[in-house]
Ligand binder design. Structure first.
Ligand SMILES: [Ca+2]
Ligand SMILES: [Ca+2]
Ligand SMILES: [Ca+2]
Ligand SMILES: [Ca+2]
Length: 318
């Protein structure tokens, strides 16, 4: 069939001009739209940065708490002091949350996940002497960092860091080695087994008195400070992972691989622009696994605040 002789196959000049004018209008409108989208995406990105940063840092803390055998800080509340050891809260700039001192510092500390083997050498990273057991023979300075409590950290929340000159005082309460590892709160400060002596069970014998700790057929052989009866003293200390604020930056301190001692660690900045960091050890005496409540607030550059809160059990309730 032949095409209709008057069928149009193109634009007239007028039609073309009109089309171009419409296209130009559309393009202008589109450009405005695209700009608006870009601006909106910028806003979203700022908010998401704060939220993303908070999520990342919170995940680091949650992983450390779930993997640990022991929540080190906050300590439990000590009924003998007039401040709360179990609630550590800090704002930037400093304020006095819930009536506490403006010297208040927030901190979360746990022992390194005993199953972690980052360098894949077949020994857990927290197994300092590579004998297959973790944290089994600490000195009276449990973290082997040559400081009262955790080096550079206000352990008991009294506003003082590493106070006193006594390295074996693991909880910075002014007494040394007053709470042996026996599942009891020997000194009545609310915390259990928080400041053990050289002989961690304080039973006057190597390892556990009357027990063949290393399974070599001999009971209580060697020196009483040798908690695992392997012939070496104080060779496997507690390896803490610590979260605290430096200015408005949240720091994660981790032991280096195969550390020489407890001062052999690296500090990583895991979040900036922190407005609030709060860690609470929830009192629940009936459970072995301690419940911890963590809040982290980060200020976005647009003035928006991202706030996250989580409540988990140390060791995941193992
Ligand atoms: Ca070991
Ligand atoms: Ca002490
Ligand atoms: Ca105690
Ligand atoms: Ca030993």
């Amino acid at each position: 069939m032949l095409a209709h002789p008057k069928a149009q196959v193109g634009f007239t000049l007028v039609e073309l001009l009109v089309s171009l004018a419409i296209a130009a209008l559309l393009l202008t409108a589109m450009t405005g739209l695209v700009n608006a989208v870009y601006e909106s995406r910028d806003d979203t990105r700022v908010q998401n940065d704060a939220t993303g940063d908070a999520r990342f840092a919170m995940q680091r803390m949650v992983t450390a708490v779930l993997g640990t055998d022991r929540l080190m800080l906050p300590l439990a509340d000590n009924p003998n002091t007039n401040w709360r050891e179990h609630l550590r809260e800090q704002t930037v700039p400093a304020s006095a949350p819930e009536g506490d001192s403006t010297l208040a510092t927030a901190v979360l500390a746990v022992t390194l996940d005993p199953s972690l083997d980052i360098d894949a050498d077949g020994f857990d990273d927290a197994d300092n002497d590579k004998d297959g057991r973790v944290d089994e023979d600490p000195a009276d300075d449990a973290t082997n960092d040559l400081a009262a409590g955790l080096a550079g950290i206000d352990d008991d929340g009294d506003g003082l860091v590493d106070e006193g000159s006594s390295i074996p005082d693991d909880d910075e309460d002014g007494s040394d080695d007053e709470d042996a590892v026996n599942g009891l709160d020997d000194d009545g400060d609310g915390s259990t087994d928080e400041d053990a002596p050289h002989d961690i069970e304080s039973d006057g014998q190597p390892g556990i008195a009357g027990f063949d700790d290393d399974g070599d057929g001999t009971v209580d052989e060697g020196h009483q400070h040798d908690d695992d009866e392997d012939g070496v003293r104080d060779e496997d200390w507690l390896d803490p992972v610590v979260f605290f604020l430096s200015g408005s930056t949240l720091i994660e301190r981790r032991p280096n691989l195969n550390p020489a001692d407890g001062t052999d660690y690296t500090e990583y900045a895991i979040a900036d622009n922190v407005a609030r960091f709060r860690v609470e050890r929830i009192p629940d005496t009936g459970k072995r696994a301690v419940l911890v409540d963590i809040t982290l607030e980060i200020q976005g550059s647009d003035g928006q605040t991202a706030s996250l809160n989580t409540r988990i059990r140390a060791g995941g309730g193992r």
